[in-house]
Design a protein around this ligand. Structure first.
Ligand SMILES: [Zn+2]
Ligand SMILES: [Zn+2]
Length: 308
């Protein structure tokens, strides 16, 4: 684990960079909503990003309205001793609470919903518990059907709320030993993107950001986040007006070993970057990288499958 020298003017101390950073559930979704709203200004998909701002605001309200449930001591012990993600998304027994989060999100999106969104909200409002659980299983496993597509971002939003709230309540020392560097140490999900952080003990370090629970974990830079190869990593970006390529805050980190890519965000070049929002606002980069033959490695649960 790298360490940074932090100088605060009077004393010099060595602060170890955290290996794992749990999500700040109280503020994360509100900040995401603000970022979506900001990104929507003058954006070719501005209306879509404004809708996503409303989704994130609904997530914020749902997150605050319900408590985290206790995580069993045996799961935390398995995490400490064997590095197993305590909330492994594919096997975790979800509490019914996530469906309350979903109902709240559905309710808050009803006003001003387009015909297509209203139909999706209606479908979810009318689905029974077993249908919703099966749908959640498909979303988490990444095998949602075409018919599920309009429902996926809404179910994904509710699952994010539930898992983020659960993750935020964990003792960080209990989840810092996962030795599989390519998946979230808390829930085992792939990262949505990686961020080179700005400031504090995390400055200049690269963190992968979980697509489900927003936990962040450290991985050295210039290393493929899928196959961990170091020599085959390259970067692609889209030129932005008024910025040189080296100064662009978003790049795709590509790997010629496994032919995958994941976006990497440089917070130093844009301090307000928010991984989930900036990912959806930069789908043009996905198209470019896709054309070059790289396959995206991590999901964005707020996106329809196949719509990128
Ligand atoms: Zn996670
Ligand atoms: Zn690779």
């Amino acid at each position: 684990m790298p360490t940074r020298i932090i100088t605060d003017g009077s004393t010099e101390r060595v602060v170890p960079a955290p290996r794992v950073v749990l999500p700040a559930a109280a503020t994360l979704f509100a900040e995401r909503a603000a970022r979506f709203a900001q990104l929507s200004q003058g954006h070719p998909f501005g209306a879509y990003l404004q809708l996503m701002a409303r989704v994130a605001q609904a997530q914020h309200e749902a997150c605050a309205a319900r408590p985290a449930l206790p995580t069993s001591a045996s799961l935390l012990a398995a995490s400490r001793e064997y590095g197993m993600p305590p909330l492994a998304a594919l096997s975790h027994e979800r509490a019914a609470l996530w469906r309350e989060d979903l109902a709240a999100i559905v309710q808050s999106l009803r006003p001003r919903a387009s015909a297509e969104l209203a139909a999706a909200l209606q479908t979810l409002a009318g689905a029974d518990a077993s249908e919703l659980e099966a749908l959640a299983d498909r979303v988490l496993a990444g095998n949602a059907t075409d018919a599920d597509a309009p429902l996926v971002p809404l179910v994904g939003a509710a699952l994010q709320v539930y898992f983020t709230r659960q993750a935020a309540a964990l003792p960080v020392d209990d989840v810092s030993r996962c030795d599989v560097a390519t998946v979230c140490p808390v829930c085992g999900t792939r990262p949505v993107a990686s961020v080179v952080r700005l400031g504090g003990a995390q400055a200049n370090l690269r963190y992968l950001v979980c697509a489900l629970c927003s936990t962040e974990w450290n991985m050295v830079r210039a290393k493929c986040s899928v196959c961990e190869a170091e020599k085959s990593v390259g970067y692609l970006s889209i030129e932005q007006e008024g910025r040189s390529l080296a100064d662009v805050p978003i790049r795709a980190e590509t790997c010629d070993e496994c032919h995958s890519y994941l976006k990497i965000f440089y917070q130093e070049k844009d301090p307000l970057l928010e991984p989930m929002a900036d990912d959806l606002a930069s789908l043009a980069l996905d198209l470019l990288v896709d054309e070059r033959g790289y396959a995206r490695s991590g999901p964005n649960l707020l996106l329809h499958p196949g719509s990128s």
